[in-house]
Design a protein around this ligand. Structure first.
Ligand code: PXP
Length: 245
């Protein structure tokens, strides 16, 4: 099995659009970034179309979808508007994230437990369209069981607490490891993301059930210093090293 078959690297290019939008023009172009990430060895491209369009815009999603061969993971909130866009774009996967207008970034995982019926009204159309359904949730058994109950194909674990909380990292890592095992035992695929960098990636990459890591902010920041291909290749090297592949 090749390394990419074992643990995929999804590159989130949202913040190329953040920089573009700061001046209102067309440069830097997130589509060019997606093509470059693909050439550098990314296994997938992730982009989050937020309700307020603060970074990625509707046309970016369509253009990225058309420009790349590797899978597009379309992050979106569970709203009627976003479901319509997903059905029109037909990405490889849709990752449902919580979204609040005032947040700086995606803070915490999606609340699924107790909201199954409400969410199903959005999720069913995605599943019926043959798009893989991913839910971005906290590493909590209750949320993982709820994700299975609504028919998720993938659970993406929010590892932001692990990445940010240096003091409590041991406890949080254990929660993530147990969550990954539970996800696989329930027949779903385990992904992780949020806040990963060169220092935090190894502990998450080495979890045997882990199939994909989605990494954005750190990689885009590092790209300013070393270039995007070098940043992506170094992240891939660290992932491979952690898994001994
Ligand atoms: N996965 C999901 C579901 C996200 O919403 C994000 C961005 O918040 C990421 C991964 C990437 O996180 P980061 O930009 O911190 O690497």
């Amino acid at each position: 099995m090749s390394v990419s078959d074992g643990l995929r690297l999804g590159v989130n290019i949202d913040h190329v659009a953040t920089v573009r939008n700061a001046r209102g023009g067309a440069h830097p172009d997130p589509v060019r970034a997606a093509i470059m990430a693909e050439a550098a060895g990314a296994d997938g491209i992730t982009a989050h179309l937020r309700e307020d369009r603060r970074h990625i815009r509707d046309a970016d999603i369509a253009d990225i979808r058309a420009a790349i061969i590797i899978p597009l993971n379309f992050e979106m909130a569970a709203t009627e508007e976003m479901v319509k866009i997903a059905l029109g774009t037909r990405p490889h996967a849709v990752c449902i994230v919580p979204e609040r207008r005032e947040e700086v970034t995606t803070e915490g995982g999606l609340a699924v437990a107790g909201r199954e019926n409400e969410l199903l009204s959005y999720l069913e159309a995605i599943k019926e369209a043959g798009i893989r359904l991913s839910l971005f949730i906290e590493p909590s058994p209750e949320e993982i069981h709820a994700a299975a109950a609504v028919g998720a194909d993938i659970v993406e674990l929010h590892v932001g607490r692990y990445c940010d909380d240096v003091v409590g990292r041991g406890d949080e890592l254990l929660r993530i490891q147990q969550a990954a095992a539970l996800i696989e035992s329930l027949g779903m695929e385990c992904h992780a993301g949020h806040g990963l960098d060169y220092d935090t990636v190894a502990d998450i990459a080495v979890i045997p059930q882990m199939r994909e890591l989605n990494i954005g902010h750190f990689l885009m920041g590092e790209s300013l210093f070393v270039g995007m291909p070098a940043a992506i290749m170094e992240m891939r090297r660290l992932m491979d090293e952690a898994r001994g592949e």
